[in-house]
Design a protein around this ligand. Structure first.
Ligand SMILES: Cc1cc2nc3c(=O)[nH]c(=O)nc-3n(C[C@H](O)[C@H](O)[C@H](O)COP(=O)(O)O)c2cc1C
Length: 230
């Protein structure tokens, strides 16, 4: 049946309460046998999610801290991005510094990443500092994007308000022309970051709500681990 998006016959609250949650496969997770390095465990979980057929397992929520117009004090802001790589430097993603998240990161590099793989009932939380990657990594990341994605970055206007859609069409046409003349152009706005984690938490759901939570915390060059109550 096609969704209609129309009002439920009962209350929305009742509808939401009746929706199933944490019905994923919940594979075995034994924290006692977890590797010493959270990057290793993350890559294991990510590859498992890919093999399992989880939809867009590399989509993650990036939370930043910034300011909001008319509101005093720091404000968190979150959006979904695509993970580009994970290695000893951390979790890599690429963004335009012209965007709201780019402005947040320029002022405050503290971030949180959240992954949720519903088919597996697994969540991973990464807290840390976003460090700009060296220019060759940034260039490689940008040049691997589709032409459309590169052209949109070249417009340099992400997160700005607009009133006339023609503004976007004109800027895009100009950007495509620029790319035609300079196919290896990398705009200064594009930055690849690696999140150097301070803490990483692995969360495995349990139908009886006795979820397993293992938190790694950076301790110099090593990691300490703690089990957390569900
Ligand atoms: C699955 C998914 C993947 C996305 N990937 C990206 C991405 O790789 N880069 C990006 O700038 N925005 C991406 N977006 C859009 C962002 O969520 C966001 O709307 C945009 O970056 C502007 O955010 P900002 O105004 O907070 O800077 C993606 C959204 C979704 C739902």
């Amino acid at each position: 049946m096609r969704p209609t998006g129309s009002e439920p016959s009962g209350s929305l609250r009742t509808l939401l309460r009746g929706l199933p949650v944490l019905v994923g496969a919940a594979p075995e997770f034994d924290p006692d046998h977890a590797p010493d390095d959270p990057v290793e465990l993350f890559v294991q979980w990510l590859l498992y999610a890919v093999e399992f057929g989880v939809t867009e397992p590399h989509a993650m929520t990036l939370s930043t801290v910034g300011t909001a117009a008319g509101v005093a004090g720091p404000r968190p802001s979150a959006r979904v991005l695509i993970l580009k790589d994970v290695d000893a430097l951390g979790w890599h993603f690429g963004i335009s510094s012209a965007s709201r998240k780019g402005a947040d990161l320029a002022r405050n590099p503290a971030v949180a990443l959240t992954f949720y793989w519903p088919a597996l009932g697994r969540q991973v939380r990464v807290d840390g500092i976003a460090v700009a990657d060296p220019p060759p990594v940034t260039a490689e990341d940008f040049l691997a994007r589709s032409e459309g994605a590169r052209a949109m970055v070249l417009t340099g206007r992400q997160s700005e308000p607009y009133s006339d859609p023609d503004e976007i069409s004109e800027a895009l046409a100009k950007a495509h022309l620029e790319l035609e003349h300079s196919p290896s152009l990398v705009p200064v706005e594009w930055t690849s970051y690696a999140v150097r984690a301070d803490s990483v938490e692995f969360w495995q759901s349990d139908a009886e709500r006795r979820h397993r939570r293992l938190r790694y915390e950076r301790d110099g060059d090593r990691w300490s681990t703690t089990l957390l109550w569900p």
